[in-house]
Design a protein around this ligand. Structure first.
Ligand code: HEC
Length: 470
C-alpha cells in the first residue's frame, strides 16, 4: 500500500499479523544474551538467511524453516533439523558450521553466517530450542494449503496483465491472485512469505512474474514465480522493510525495485544475485523502469526526484526532474516508460501527471526543468499509479483524495483528456492497461478491481478478487 497508509496501518498489522513486534537487530551488540530468544535472536537470522529457500512455497531439501514447529521436522535425508539440547545432531547447526575443512553448506551459495549468529543458534539449541513468540504475534501459518482468509477485501497495490492478455495478476494479503483477464474467474493463488505485497510485474517474455513486498520493519522480499507452473522460483530477502516498484529489463533478464533504505537495486532474475545498487536517493524509492534498450534505469522517490542510473556501472548519471529547490512538489510515487521511446510518465503527491524525456539533449542549467515535455491537467489528490497504453498513444493515471479516487486517460502527444472513469469510488493505487489497449484495470483502497473501457471510461465489470468469508 502507499507508504503513508502503511504507516497508518502498522498498529492494525500488529494486531493481526504474526511477529511484527520484533525489530531487526540493528545494533549488532556483540555481547550474547544469557538466554537466547527464538523470537528476537534466532528467527530474524533464519528469516534473512534461510527462509528464501526453506519456506512452504519452496522447501529446498524438503525442509521448511518459517514456523517454529517446522524446524524440528526431518528433511529429505531424514535428518532432524533441530534436536532440542543437542546441536551436534541438529541438521541446522551442522549445516552452518564448516565440515571436514569445507566451508559451511548453508546458506547455499552465500556467505557463511557470522560467528555471532552461529553461536546464537548453537546456544539456543543447547538451551532447549524453545519458542518464546508472544501470544499476540502468533498466527496460524499461511501457505498454499492454508491460504489467507479474508473477512474484508484487502487493499490492492499492484495489478498487471500478461502480454498475451489472458491473465490479470492482483496483489492480496500474503499472496498474488491470478485472474482471467476479463475478470470472469480466479485461476490461481500464489501464496508467498510476505504479508504485504506491493507490486507485481510480468516479464516481457511472459514466463515470469516478479512480486515485491515484505513485512514492515522486519524483512523485504522479491519473489519470482514461474507463471505457467504457478510455482515460486526465487525468494530473495532484501533489507529489513517492504520492497516497492518491480520492473523488468526488455530481455526479461533483470528485475529492478526500490527499497525503504533509499536504495535502487536490480537482481538477475535467474540466479537472484544482486547486479545493481544505487544509493543516491534521499528517501524511499517507490517505483522503477528500464530504458527501452535496458542500458539505463529510472527511479522515483519520496525525495521528490526522478533519477537516471546507468545499468553497467550502477552510477547515477542525472536528475531527470529539476532539482532546483521549490521546483518539486511532494514525493513521486509512480513511473512508466513509453513502449518504444525513452519517455517517462510520472505521478506523485502534487496530483499533476507529467511527461519527461529520459535523456537530456542540452546541458543542465540552474532552474531548468528541461526534460519535461508536458504537464497534464491536475487530478484530485495524490497520484499513485501511472501507465502508458501498449502503443504509447495514451497515458492513464489514478489518484486518491480524501477517501475518493479518480482515473483519467489522456492523449500522450497532445495532453488532451480522453476519458474519466465511471464507477470508481475509493482511492486508486494500481492500474494496468490490457495489451489490446481497449480495457484498463484499476484498484486500490476498497479492494475492488474495476475493468473500464479505456476510450469511453464506461465500467465493464468490477469484482472483489479474493474469496470472502462471511
Ligand atoms: C539459496 C538456497 C538456500 C538457502 C539460502 C539455504 N538453503 Fe538449506 N538447503 C538448500 C538446498 C538446495 C538443500 C537441499 C540439500 C542440498 O542440496 O544440500 C538444503 C538443505 C538444507 C537442510 C537439510 C540438509 C540435509 O542433509 O537434509 C538444512 C538443515 C538446511 N538446508 C538448513 C539451512 C539453513 C540453516 C539455512 C540458513 C542459514 C539455509 N539452509 C539456507 C538451499 C538453501
Amino acid at each position: 500500500m502507499p507508504w503513508f497508509r502503511r504507516l497508518a496501518w502498522t498498529p492494525m498489522i500488529l494486531l493481526v499479523a504474526s511477529g511484527v513486534l520484533a525489530q531487526p537487530d540493528k545494533k549488532k551488540d556483540d555481547k550474547l544474551p544469557a538466554n537466547v530468544s527464538y523470537y528476537k535472536d534466532v528467527r530474524p537470522i533464519f528469516q534473512q538467511h534461510c527462509q528464501g529457500c526453506h519456506q512452504p512455497a519452496m522447501a529446498k531439501g524438503g525442509y521448511v524453516m518459517t514456523g517454529h514447529a517446522d524446524l524440528f521436522k526431518k528433511s529429505d535425508t531424514e535428518a532432524a533439523g533441530i534436536v532440542a539440547g543437542k546441536p551436534e545432531i541438529s541438521g541446522v547447526y551442522q549445516q552452518i558450521i564448516p565440515q571436514k575443512g569445507k566451508k559451511p553448506a548453508m546458506p547455499r551459495g552465500k556467505e557463511p553466517l557470522s560467528q555471532r549468529e552461529v553461536t546464537l543458534i548453537k546456544k539456543w539449541i543447547e538451551q532447549g530450542a524453545k519458542d518464546d513468540t508472544p501470544a499476540s504475534a502468533r498466527l496460524p501459518s499461511v501457505d498454499a494449503e492454508h491460504p489467507p482468509v479474508y473477512k474484508l477485501p484487502p487493499v490492492i497495490d499492484g495489478l498487471a496483465f500478461n502480454k498475451a492478455g489472458t491473465l490479470l495478476a492482483v496483489t492480496g494479503y500474503h499472496e498474488v491472485l491470478l485472474h482471467k483477464a476479463d475478470g470472469t474467474g480466479l485461476l490461481a493463488r500464489l501464496v508467498g512469505m510476505s504479508e504485504m505485497v506491493q507490486s507485481v510485474s510480468f516479464s516481457p517474455d511472459g514466463k515470469w512474474l516478479a512480486v515485491t513486498g515484505g513485512n514492515p520493519g522486519r524483512f523485504g522480499e522479491v519473489q519470482i514465480w514461474n507463471v505457467e507452473k504457478r510455482k515460486l522460483k526465487l525468494s530473495i530477502p532484501v533489507t529489513f522493510d517492504t520492497i516497492y516498484g518491480a520492473s523488468w529489463s526488455h530481455d526479461s533478464k533483470l528485475v529492478a525495485f526500490g527499497c525503504a533504505d533509499n536504495s535502487l537495486r536490480a537482481i538477475d532474475a535467474q540466479t537472484g544475485s544482486q547486479v545493481l545498487f544505487q544509493g543516491a536517493h534521499g528517501d524511499w524509492v517507490l517505483d522503477t523502469v528500464f530504458s527501452v534498450k535496458g542500458t539505463h534505469l529510472v527511479s522515483v522517490s519520496r525525495d521528490m526526484s526522478m533519477k537516471l542510473t546507468e545499468v553497467a556501472t550502477a552510477r547515477m548519471v542525472d536528475n531527470i526532474t529539476s532539482i532546483t529547490p521549490g521546483a518539486l512538489k511532494g514525493g513521486l510515487q509512480a513511473v512508466d516508460r513509453h513502449p518504444t521511446r525513452d519517455q517517462l510518465f510520472i505521478g506523485g503527491a502534487d496530483g499533476t501527471p507529467k511527461l519527461y524525456q529520459m535523456f537530456r539533449t542540452k546541458d543542465r542549467k540552474i532552474n531548468d526543468d528541461f526534460n519535461r515535455i508536458r504537464t497534464f491537467a491536475p487530478m484530485q489528490g495524490r497520484i499513485f499509479a501511472a501507465k502508458f497504453s501498449p502503443d504509447g498513444s495514451r497515458v492513464v493515471a489514478g489518484s486518491s483524495s480524501d477517501g475518493k479516487g479518480e482515473v483519467r486517460v489522456f492523449e500522450t502527444d497532445t495532453g488532451k483528456s480522453v476519458s474519466t472513469f465511471k464507477g470508481i469510488n475509493g482511492p486508486i493505487y494500481a492500474l494496468a492497461y490490457h495489451p489490446s489497449g481497449s480495457v484498463i484495470a484499476s484498484a486500490g483502497f476498497e479492494g475492488v478491481v474495476h475493468l473500464n473501457d479505456a476510450a469511453t471510461g464506461a465500467l465493464i465489470r468490477d469484482f472483489v478478487p479474493v474469496p470472502l468469508k462471511k
